[in-house]
Design a protein around this ligand. Structure first.
Ligand SMILES: [Zn+2]
Length: 296
């Protein structure tokens, strides 16, 4: 909740100036730094990235990243989106004052909030190891460094023409490597099936079973032989079969995954980065996540 006021705006100034000053330093723009630190009129203009910045600097990395195309890999979710019948739909209601039960409104209170009620595994979401493993890592324990990773995409759509519920095999991965090179250690491996297109167009079809997914052998191969950090897919589950063998194996071996991803058809097989983040409920067992790709 925010109530903008003069006091608050003044309180924010030093922080903003500090940030601007740090930014100025990073860009080795000494005159700009002095101007920002003094609160001169220039402080109001947006910091400009120079055409040249020191190689290996964050400023250089940001200049490169900002010039790239980004692809959102996340579905919007609502009470109407597909969910496993064992969980049931979300509800979004107007957040209310617990003392009176009266919902907050912009007209009366100057602000409004939603009260969300849903299972953690809703929409595009993270499954941390603890989802299946009593002693597994919870969401808050996964290192933030794992939230930005090289992204590889296995496009299974050609195989689905003859085998609509194909399970990606080790042979499929080796054929992919023949074309694209070895799956890099430390990467995020995503499975493209295009079933994300049914999410809004045909939610009933989206929830179909069986559906195309991973084989257990492929999941084991990627984690054990290639050293991937995480995997992701468009379906609500990891396996083509109801036994959940692949999902159980990966979560019980300390790995995490993103389910119900979108737009993997807009990302190349290699060369992109994925950024994926989620809220930090203490000992959280799953939550809607936000994932996007930065294209090469
Ligand atoms: Zn899940």
């Amino acid at each position: 909740m925010k109530r903008p006021g003069v006091k608050r705006k003044l309180a924010e100034l030093p922080g903003r100036m500090l940030l601007a000053a740090l930014f100025g330093l990073a860009l080795t723009q000494a005159p700009a730094f002095v101007a920002l630190a003094q609160g001169a009129p220039q402080a109001k203009s947006q910091a400009q990235l120079p055409a040249q910045s020191p190689a290996g600097s964050l400023a250089e990395a940001y200049r490169i990243i900002a010039s790239k195309q980004f692809v959102d890999l996340t579905h919007s979710f609502s009470p109407l989106t597909p969910v496993w019948k064992g969980f049931g739909p979300a509800t979004f209601s107007a957040g209310a004052d617990p003392a009176t039960g009266r919902p907050y409104t912009i007209g009366k209170d100057g602000f409004r909030v939603f009260f969300y009620s849903m299972v953690g595994q809703y929409g595009t979401h993270i499954d941390p190891p603890a989802h299946f493993d009593l002693n597994g890592q919870t969401m808050d324990q996964i290192p933030v460094k794992q939230m930005i990773l090289p992204l590889v995409v296995f496009d299974m759509t050609p195989m689905l023409k003859t085998d609509p519920n194909h399970a990606l095999s080790v042979e499929d991965i080796k054929a992919w490597e023949h074309q694209h090179g070895r799956v890099p250690a430390g990467s995020f491996a995503a499975l493209r099936t295009d079933m994300y297109k049914d999410w809004t167009a045909d939610p009933q079809r989206f929830k179909r079973a069986p559906f195309p997914a991973w084989s257990l052998a492929a999941i084991k191969f990627l984690y054990e032989q290639r050293g991937i950090v995480a995997n992701g897919h468009e379906a609500m589950d990891t396996d083509t079969t109801p036994d959940m063998k692949s999902e159980t194996w990966l979560l019980k071996h300390g790995h995490w995954q993103i389910e119900v991803m979108a737009n993997l058809d807009k990302v190349p097989a290699t060369g992109a980065l994925i950024v994926v983040s989620w809220p930090k409920p203490k000992h959280g067992l799953g939550f809607p996540a936000r994932a996007f790709a930065i294209l090469p």
